[in-house]
Design a protein around this ligand. Structure first.
Ligand code: SF4
Length: 64
């Protein structure tokens, strides 16, 4: 699984961080979303798919 974020779309709402904190984080100083692990293991798939659904800007893409 490979994760990409369309950073220009992202408005730093943080829903993805709540849904999958092992994979996403927000920078403490700039509030920009970070992908902590672009190739997470299958054990994170449910959380990452939830994060993608929760993103209000549909900025998260998951490639198998
Ligand atoms: S949920 Fe979407 S808009 Fe919000 S921080 Fe994550 S990627 Fe950005």
């Amino acid at each position: 699984m490979k994760i990409t974020v369309d950073f220009p779309l992202c408005e730093s709402h943080g829903d993805c961080v709540v849904a999958a904190p092992q994979v996403f984080d927000l920078g403490e100083e700039d509030d920009v979303v970070r992908v902590l692990d672009e190739n997470p293991g299958e054990e994170h798939r449910a959380a990452v798919e939830h994060a993608a659904r929760m993103c209000p800007l549909a900025a998260i893409r998951i490639e198998d």
